[in-house]
Design a protein around this ligand. Structure first.
Ligand code: AGP
Length: 364
């Protein structure tokens, strides 16, 4: 894509709108349908080496960390390798034990974030294998890592990350499939997930077509004093990212919690002026999530649900198309990018350059 706004009022809106194409790009040329395998030439790791990976640790900051949380869940679920994500900024300061059988993955749009780069350098000094999942080709993190996956989101100008977040999550789905197929993921399951990945661009376009309805919801929720975002397991990184998006661009205070943690404290905040956005994928936790909606309603909280069908307990539901459950986190965050955007527009914020923020934090 070009750097001009192409008829959009902001880069944020342009970049949100580009996601069907950018997701198509991250998938292109990387899938072999015959064997349900994925080719990621930049990994520099043969099948035997990849089979030796006993654990995966993903490091990044902000939205990159949230995309890494989705990545860790995908790798654990699809490839059955224990995986977790941690803010790179924490990891680099805590003198972590570096495990020779662990594959470390640094995630970054810019490839220049200092905390993430410093974590990579410390890992390299200790002999770890580090891959990059990076957008900017030839950036510092891309150069310092042993290999990796480019996410091909194209230039992202708005300080607030949107299309790169989505593309990074899709890149992790490809990596999870790759690691899964050289382990125990069956051809049938591989094909099921590949078909799901191929449906993404069309489903993204469908979600973005619902912008007008989301604009109306934003006008209503823009009056909120604070907002709560909740989800369980697959919904939780989506809640984290949506909460970050809203506060970055609209300056409305927002908190994100695993839905099951509400009763351990945050429920005290629920009242009509503090609405909750609840992420409800149609997975094995749907009933639990519906019970959470009841708990919120009992405290007179307003609820905006993101789900695959209207939710009776919610005041409003944004319905997103169904895909494979493993891929739900990729789609469910998209309407919430638009919600953040339109909320900020209602409040007349400086959308592409929110106060106090820089596109990439290259200093300590
Ligand atoms: C995202 O909206 C943010 N502006 C911010 O959290 C960003 O994701 C973070 O600073 C990491 O940047 P990077 O991906 O370039 O490393």
């Amino acid at each position: 894509e070009s750097y001009d706004m192409g008829g959009h009022d902001t880069y944020m809106h342009k970049e949100i709108s580009e996601q069907a194409d950018s997701v198509d790009r991250v998938l292109r040329g990387r899938i072999d349908d015959r064997f349900a395998t994925v080719h990621l030439g930049g990994l520099n790791m043969d099948a035997r080496e990849a089979r030796g990976v006993r654990r995966v640790k993903i490091l990044g900051c902000g939205s990159a960390y949230h995309a890494g949380m989705i990545g860790a869940q995908l790798i654990e679920e699809v490839a059955r390798i224990p995986a977790d994500a941690e803010p790179a900024s924490e990891f680099r300061y805590r003198n972590a034990v570096v495990d020779p059988d662990c594959l470390y993955i640094a995630v970054s749009q810019s490839g220049e974030t200092y905390d993430t780069l410093a974590a990579v350098q410390e890992l390299k000094r200790k002999g770890a294998r580090v891959l990059g999942v990076v957008n900017v080709v030839g950036s510092a993190i891309a150069r310092e890592t042993d290999g990796g996956v480019y996410v091909h989101a194209g230039p992202e100008v708005c300080v607030v990350s949107t299309k790169c977040f989505t593309n990074t999550a899709v890149a992790f789905a490809l990596l999870a499939l790759h690691l899964g197929r050289i382990r125990d993921l069956s051809v049938a399951d591989g094909k099921r997930l590949i078909a799901g990945l191929r449906r993404l661009p069309e489903q993204i376009a469908e979600i973005l077509d619902g912008e007008e309805a989301i604009r109306r919801l934003a006008a209503e929720y823009a009056q909120a004093r604070s907002m709560m975002f909740v989800g369980r397991v697959r919904g939780y990184p989506v809640a984290r990212e949506a909460s970050l998006k809203l506060k970055e661009v609209s300056y409305i205070h927002a908190e994100a919690y695993p839905a099951s943690e509400l009763k351990h404290g945050p429920l005290a905040l629920i009242e009509p002026a503090v609405p909750t956005v609840a992420i409800l994928p149609d997975d094995e936790l749907l009933e639990k999530n519906r019970a959470t909606l009841e708990e919120i309603k009992a405290r007179h909280g307003r609820i905006l649900a993101v789900a695959h069908a209207e939710q009776e307990k919610a005041d409003h539901t944004i319905v997103v198309p169904r895909n494979e459950v493993e891929l739900d986190p990729i789609l469910m965050g998209l309407p919430l990018q638009l919600l953040a955007y339109h909320t900020a527009l209602c409040l007349d914020r400086d959308i592409d350059k929110p106060r106090n923020l820089a596109k990439s934090v290259t200093v300590e």
